[in-house]
Design a protein around this ligand. Structure first.
Ligand code: AMP
Ligand code: MG
Length: 405
């Protein structure tokens, strides 16, 4: 019998048993930094923007010159010039004057706000009517509003998404210090497994887990290192697992993780270091092992591809994030269940589902399948979790759905 942990206990063990590893870094050009993990804080040494700018097309002016004006009684100001985009302006506004400034243009000295062109009238005689009062600061971005010298723009550990690349561009950080991806060993074990390119003989199946888990690792931003399909030969499996653990930052071993005679993963992990847990109270995915050889985590994943996938999403990705000191963002979306969904296992249940939008709300249709049908997982948009204490959810219940993305 396995001494199972709850999912929460398993996640807590991941946090307490592992800590961020230093790891190597490299510097890549901005255009190659998407999806990488920032290795150092990025501090600005400039102002962004470096000058006071307008956020609208209109007239720069002194707000005090327009107080009380209206459509009926415009404030009449003298037009003293026009600011060109991309140029410093040496215009200075005397009292009662205004200057035309396009969106993003520099604000002339003396002006303290912008009034949108929609609220003005050009009388064509060198004067402009202002139909709506300004207020100090209106429609302006001041020097340094976005970034000031010394300010930390991005923190180490951030995953670089398009907006982060935009922020790096804004401060001129075109050489980006990033972590080298974690190297994660992938091993499949089972006498019945053949590579996907091979036609399975009687009793054989193709290795689904290695390509699927390698893809998940790549999607996360780690580098999968495939150590092959290993037969259920304990000595050989131990030798290759030990080699993988010595060469990689983490090891994913799928298959042979149950408590059967031929299931050697737990004995092997124990012999290479320590088993932290064997068994998690989830369905599917109960025969999951977490252990370590030295400080290198070894995860024994269930052989069933669907279980291997869910366990990897639930525990392997948080483990990798822990090793990298990275904040994992995997926020669920709220959806409404389209039909009753039973659950009465005393184990948390993971259910694949499809998502669709109906009447402006997301609905989640559970995919009912026998355990382990990979094509049904492939059809799913995501998955939902049912608490171990919950005996099922009624149609219409709100559920949190995690994307497969
Ligand atoms: P195991 O965890 O070794 O008991 O395997 C459980 C089930 O998953 C068995 O039906 C195996 O044939 C299947 N299985 C194990 N490893 C893989 C794999 N890499 N790809 C596809 N199916 C697998
Ligand atoms: Mg097996």
């Amino acid at each position: 019998m396995l001494q199972v942990k709850t999912p929460e206990e398993a996640l807590r063990l991941i946090e307490t048993e592992f800590s961020p590893i230093g790891g190597h870094t490299e510097t890549v050009p901005l255009e190659a930094a998407l999806g990488r993990v920032l290795a150092q804080d990025v501090c600005a040494n400039e102002y962004v923007p470096d000058f006071d700018r307008s956020t609208v097309d209109g007239y720069a002016l002194r707000a005090a010159d327009t107080f009380g004006c209206s459509d009926a009684i415009p404030a009449i100001l003298n037009l003293v010039g026009e600011v060109q985009m991309g140029e410093q302006t040496d215009l200075a506004l005397p009292r009662g004057a205004c200057a035309y400034v396009p969106t993003g243009g520099a604000i002339p000295a003396g002006a303290d706000c912008m009034v949108m062109i929609e609220y003005t009238e050009d009388y064509g005689d060198g004067t402009i009517g202002i139909l709506k009062p300004g207020a100090p600061g209106l429609n302006l971005i001041f020097r340094g509003d976005d970034v000031r010298p010394g300010q930390t723009v991005l923190h180490a550990g951030s995953v670089l998404t398009p907006p982060e690349l935009g922020a790096l561009a804004a401060v001129g950080q075109t050489a980006v210090p990033v972590r080298m991806p974690l190297r994660v060993a992938v091993l499949s074990t089972g006498d019945e497994l053949v590579p996907p390119e091979q036609t399975p003989g009687p009793g054989q199946v193709r290795d689904v887990n290695a390509p699927m888990l390698s893809a998940l690792l790549r999607q996360y931003g780690a580098e999968p290192v495939f150590y092959g399909i290993v037969s259920d030969d304990e000595a050989q499996l131990r030798r290759i697992t030990a080699k993988a653990a010595s060469e990689c930052d983490a090891v994913l071993l799928s298959g042979g993780s149950s408590a059967g005679v031929k299931d050697a993963a737990c004995r092997i992990i124990a012999s290479l270091g320590a088993v932290l847990f064997h068994g998690v109270a989830i369905k599917p995915g109960k025969p999951t092992i977490l252990g370590k050889a030295g400080n290198t985590p070894i995860v024994g994943l269930p052989g069933h591809p669907v279980a291997a996938y869910f366990v990897s999403k639930l525990f392997v990705l948080p483990l990798l994030a822990r090793l990298e000191g990275r904040v994992l963002k995997n926020h669920p979306v709220r959806a409404v269940l389209t039909e009753n969904l039973g659950a009465n296992h005393g184990r948390a249940q993971i259910n694949a589902c499809t998502l669709s939008e109906r009447d402006g709300a997301l609905s989640a249709a559970p995919i009912r399948s026998k355990s382990g049908l990979i094509t049904q997982l492939a059809e799913a948009d995501g998955y939902l979790l049912i608490d171990r204490d919950c005996e099922g959810l009624p149609k219409g219940a709100p559920v949190d759905v995690y994307w497969n993305l």
